[in-house]
Design a protein around this ligand. Structure first.
Ligand SMILES: Cc1cc2nc3c(=O)[nH]c(=O)nc-3n(C[C@H](O)[C@H](O)[C@H](O)COP(=O)(O)OP(=O)(O)OC[C@H]3O[C@@H](n4cnc5c(N)ncnc54)[C@H](O)[C@@H]3O)c2cc1C
Length: 386
């Protein structure tokens, strides 16, 4: 039977995560960010409680669940004002790729630390001269005896300061041009030749972004995850989870903003009734709620397809979910700022501080235009322009 609500188990997971995240809350998260402190305490606590590794197989220290579960965790954290971007990369992208394509030895080495949060793994594909066009990446891996030697540059890589390793997307030397034949390497952040420089961002978050310089970083043979010749399939295995998680991050953030706005609109009175009685205030909130529920439904559908192993179906749904979630998030946060009037611009009310993070949900990890391109070409069969 098809059902449009989540299982009781999933709903209970949401309640438990919301309860835990609520003990930290937005004030804590913003305070840590503004003081230049980290969100490690929360990260490790969700790890200890089994939420961070909920999608990792049980034999490697995880909960044996799926992307739907880890996306629910991500959404509930964000809905409490604590959106953790590193959930998208460490358990969802890196965890999935290593689970599906790592050797037994690689899974034993890396998955338990990803699951309990003690050994976070960042993910690096974006480059200054490639951006949305991943086929142009030039980070190159060359063989030297048994070893690999990696050189290149990456930008906007999240959480490198909190990570023990980075899963780096490179190309082999003999595949330097043409369509991307990527290969994936686990690079320790303390490897000689590896340098990370923080990028000053306008996002209120303890999690930071970095430029990476890889200068002849020497790696052992088993740093390569999966097959050197089947990299594109391995990379795609991480991309559906990435989009689903980004959608969950965005819908969670939107829920947080909308809750605040609705609470304010119920109380704030400048005429005879609370401002929420005016349709000019109420309708945008209702519209936002509808758009948000639609985005959540598509996110859950994408996760269900992904967990059922339908990579193609999940690809389309994950793109659509990410698009819908980004749009819903931008609108919800903008509406929340507006409903708060002047208070909307203060640190005290805490909504303006969400603006840049919300705006980024339209850009990363894949922009709205690239999703529209995907749907135009793959779903509608329209010609490609680029
Ligand atoms: C906060 C944050 C965290 C991030 N974390 C990571 C991370 O951990 N790891 C990682 O690898 N990357 C990360 N990124 C990078 C992110 O994935 C890229 O910013 C994103 O893919 C867009 O690439 P770009 O910035 O180079 O933009 P560009 O590719 O330069 O695009 C610029 C604009 O042009 C538009 N555009 C480009 N091509 C087309 C086209 N063919 N048709 C129509 N429009 C087009 C885009 O939609 C966009 O609006 C992060 C980015 C941010 C902001």
């Amino acid at each position: 039977m098809t059902t449009f609500s989540e299982t009781e188990e999933r709903q209970e997971l949401r309640r438990q995560v919301a309860k835990l995240a609520g003990t930290y809350g937005r004030d804590w998260f913003a305070r840590q960010a503004r003081a230049g402190e980290k969100s490690t305490e929360l990260w490790l606590e969700i790890g200890r409680n089994g939420y961070l590794g909920i999608n990792i197989p049980e034999e490697y220290g995880g909960g044996g669940g799926g992307i739907g579960d880890i996306a629910a965790v991500c959404e509930e954290l964000a809905a409490q004002g604590c959106p953790l971007l590193l959930m998208v990369v460490s358990p969802a992208i890196c965890g999935t790729v290593i689970t599906r394509f790592g050797t037994e030895e690689q899974k034993r080495r890396w998955l338990p630390g990803i699951a309990d949060g003690t050994s976070t793994m960042a993910f690096a594909i974006t480059e200054p001269d490639a951006g949305s066009n991943s086929h142009r990446i030039t980070t190159t891996a060359r063989r030297d005896g048994e070893d690999w030697v990696l050189s290149g540059r990456k930008v906007y890589i999240s959480g490198v300061d909190e990570a023990e390793n980075v899963l780096v997307v490179a190309r082999t030397e003999d595949a330097r041009t043409g369509n991307l034949k990527p290969c994936l390497f686990v690079v320790p952040t303390d490897a000689p030749g590896f340098e990370a420089q923080e990028i000053a961002m306008e996002i209120v978050s303890p999690e930071k972004q970095f430029t990476l310089f890889l200068d002849d970083v020497r790696l052992p043979a088993d740093a390569l995850v999966g097959d050197e010749d089947a990299g594109i399939i391995q990379l795609f295995a991480g991309l559906n989870p990435e989009r689903i998680m980004a959608a969950a991050f965005a819908t969670g953030l939107a829920r947080y903003a909308l809750d605040k706005a609705v609470g304010y609109a119920r109380e704030r009175t400048v005429w005879k009734t609370p401002i929420g009685a005016h349709q000019g205030v109420a309708h945008p909130l209702a519209e936002s709620h509808i758009e948000l529920e639609l985005a959540r439904l598509m996110t859950q559908k994408a996760a269900a397809l992904c967990d059922a192993g339908d990579d193609m179906g999940a690809g389309e749904a994950a793109n659509m979910a990410k698009y819908a979630a980004g749009e819903a998030c931008v609108k919800a946060v903008d509406t929340a700022v507006h409903v708060h009037g002047g208070n909307g611009a203060t640190q005290e009310y805490g909504v303006a501080g969400l603006l840049v993070a919300a705006r980024v949900t339209r850009i990363a990890p894949v922009s709205r235009e690239m999703i529209l391109n995907f749907v135009a070409q793959h779903t509608l069969g329209l010609p490609k322009s680029y």
